[in-house]
Design a protein around this ligand. Structure first.
Ligand SMILES: *Cc1c(COP(=O)(O)O)cnc(C)c1O
Length: 469
């Protein structure tokens, strides 16, 4: 079905509901001139053409894709109401939907009991978890890996929490023995483990981190903003994930809190994040009063357990409708994640067999990292790898016919040489190409994508030879 169908379903549903109220006169204050609208809208759409084609499998860069049409229908229907899930007074219907979807996310995470809510983003979800971490362990610090999302350090700064950085192993995962050394010192109150790092999709060994943290009486927060939905692939006989990745994803159930972003792998429009706490008693840290917003109900308002005030009720409606049709099961939304995962595995295989590309790190989820290298010029210098990676990205997006859109990630020299001992560290960092294969459409398109990227890499290797010729 065409996009117009889904948009219309949402709009018609709103209009039919609105008609159940009495007629009323419009006001000229909000009237706009039709011709002026045409001009302005023309300008808007022209400017939007400056966007990258996130919907198309030729876009294989960052974690970006459009929402599912079902989410669009749900979002439009509720967005026209413009309910606000801060309080039941603002969004009685959508608050109930939010509680239901949060329950489904908690069940996926494996929490028997929970307190949680949607947020406008993963950053906000993590901020709330860090806030609870601070209140639960006053004065203690937070440990994060060097590959954790940059916002953890930022939010800890905001909250006045000291941060300790734990190095990563040669697969980008938190180094557990280094973590133990830190915990021994006794300054850490909470470990933030990432099940799916943003840059490389590395999954911290949460199944080893949780028991270690417990031994030291330390809390654990799982940042599963990107990787959380891969939990749907962690069980069952079709082993798409490495056993240790599955173990780590299952261990989220034993964490104190988790952040999961439905606007990343849950097919939702921005902004839709979620934070869940295993112990509902943490509600006490959020306690406050709002004399002008909490009055129509004795039931708790979502705003009473969150740090944000106004928040889109449409985000809850869109997720609710999506999960009705693509539930949090292996057969439901799991099918979407499985396609991206298979595409990542297959691409790593193709890259491994290519004379012009090399895998930087075998994909643990659906992020493939790689760099241009011709067999003739091994060992490679880091500066040359960086220049060639950037060149492939630049040429890919700027070619008029059949562009491809990739992204690059910065890698410290030590992390690169941990994987490639023969690389020449002539710079303190390098850059590798990075593709998040989060659209299922990437799977059938993969051979084509590989062919295009291989051609670009071949050309970049020929033009940037690195020997001064
Ligand atoms: C994307 C991401 C975040 C931040 O989430 P936003 O929704 O972009 O604010 C945090 N942690 C990880 C691991 C992420 O991938």
């Amino acid at each position: 079905m065409e996009l117009e169908y889904w948009l219309e379903r949402g709009a018609v549903a709103f209009r039919e509901w609105a008609r159940t109220y009495g007629e009323f006169a419009g006001h000229p204050a909000t009237a706009v001139d039709e011709a002026a609208f045409e001009v302005a809208f023309e300008e808007l759409t022209a400017r939007l053409r400056g966007s990258y084609p996130f919907f198309h499998p030729c876009y294989a860069g960052q974690m970006l894709k459009p929402p599912h049409p079902v989410a669009v229908a749900g979002y439009v229907a509720a967005m026209l109401v413009n309910s606000n899930n801060h309080a039941l007074d603002g969004g009685p219907a959508t608050s109930a939907m939010e509680e239901e979807v949060v329950g489904q996310l908690a069940a996926m995470a494996g929490f028997a009991d929970h307190l949680g809510h949607l947020t406008s983003s993963g950053t906000q979800a993590n901020l709330e978890a860090l806030f609870v971490a601070r209140e639960s362990r006053p004065g203690a610090g937070v440990a994060v890996s060097s590959d954790a999302h940059y916002t953890h350090t930022r939010m800890c700064h905001l909250l006045g929490i000291p941060v300790q950085t734990v190095p990563v192993d040669d697969r980008g995962r938190m180094d557990v023995s280094e973590l133990e050394r830190l915990l021994c010192a006794g300054d850490v109150g909470t470990v933030v483990a990432t099940t799916g790092t943003t840059a490389f999709g590395a999954v911290d060994p949460l199944h080893r981190i949780v028991p270690l943290a417990r031994r030291y009486g330390v809390r654990v927060h799982a940042d599963a903003a990107y990787g959380g939905f891969f939990r749907l692939l962690a069980d069952g006989e079709a082993q798409l994930l490495a056993p240790e990745t599955g173990d780590a994803l299952r261990a989220v159930a034993r964490c104190d809190s988790v952040a999961i972003d439905p606007h990343k792998h849950g097919l939702q429009p921005y902004g839709c994040g979620a934070v869940l706490f295993r112990d509902p008693e943490v509600a006490r840290f959020f306690r406050h009063d709002s004399p002008y917003t909490y009055y129509t109900s004795r039931r708790p308002h979502l705003g009473e357990i969150s740090l944000e005030c106004s928040r889109s009720g449409a985000a809850a409606a869109a997720l609710w409708l999506t999960l009705r049709l693509l539930p949090l099961t292996r057969e439901g939304l799991g099918g979407v994640l499985a396609a991206g995962r298979r595409a990542a595995l297959r691409w790593a295989e193709l890259i491994g067999a290519s004379p012009y590309l090399e895998v930087y790190q075998p994909p643990q989820l659906d992020i493939v990292t790689y760099y241009p290298a011709s067999a003739a010029d091994a060992p490679s210098r880091l500066s040359l790898i960086a220049a060639r990676s950037s060149e492939v990205m630049r040429r890919g997006m700027n070619t008029k016919e059949e562009p491809v859109f990739l992204s690059v990630a910065r890698v410290p020299a030590a992390e690169f040489t941990a994987r490639r001992a023969d690389a020449v560290a002539d710079s303190d960092h390098t850059r590798v190409l990075r593709s998040v294969l989060m659209k299922p459409e990437s799977e059938p398109y993969l051979e084509h994508l590989h062919h295009r990227v291989e051609k670009l890499a071949k050309a970049a290797c020929a033009d940037l030879r690195g020997d001064g010729r």
